[in-house]
Design a protein around this ligand. Structure first.
Ligand SMILES: [Zn+2]
Length: 120
């Protein structure tokens, strides 16, 4: 009967390791887009000569709305640009600039609305 209890122990150990893995997984279950990416969005109209800025360590995206308005620039482009920096911290600035318009094109109406909503 010792092989039986051995089996039972193995089963138990597997269960425990599953629980541990589940516990160490970051929680993304609770709904809204804001929670999912854990990014803080701020409007900072005092950013010097810049449309946006990303703090990679603290996951903060700041956007200068006033400057966008003044220059007639697209706020969406900046948000997508800064988010790409967060998602790909090692990506070169030039690459981010190249990919941003392509990414913007693929966004659904709803996704655009959600991004804009972060700055209201
Ligand atoms: Zn950039």
């Amino acid at each position: 009967m010792s092989s039986d209890s051995n089996q039972a122990f193995k089963k138990f150990a597997r269960k425990v390791s599953q629980i541990h893995r589940a516990a160490s997984r970051p929680s993304v279950s609770r709904g809204s887009a804001k929670r999912q990416d854990n990014v803080v969005y701020k409007t900072d109209n005092k950013l010097k000569g810049s449309y946006g800025e990303t703090d990679l360590d603290n996951k903060v995206v700041k956007v200068n709305k006033r400057l966008h308005k003044k220059d007639g620039e697209s706020l969406l482009d900046t948000i997508v640009h800064e988010r790409m920096h967060l998602k790909h911290p090692k990506m070169h600035e030039r690459t981010v600039r190249k990919l941003t318009p392509k990414k913007v094109k693929t966004l659904s109406k709803k996704a655009r609305k959600n991004l804009y909503a972060k700055f209201r």
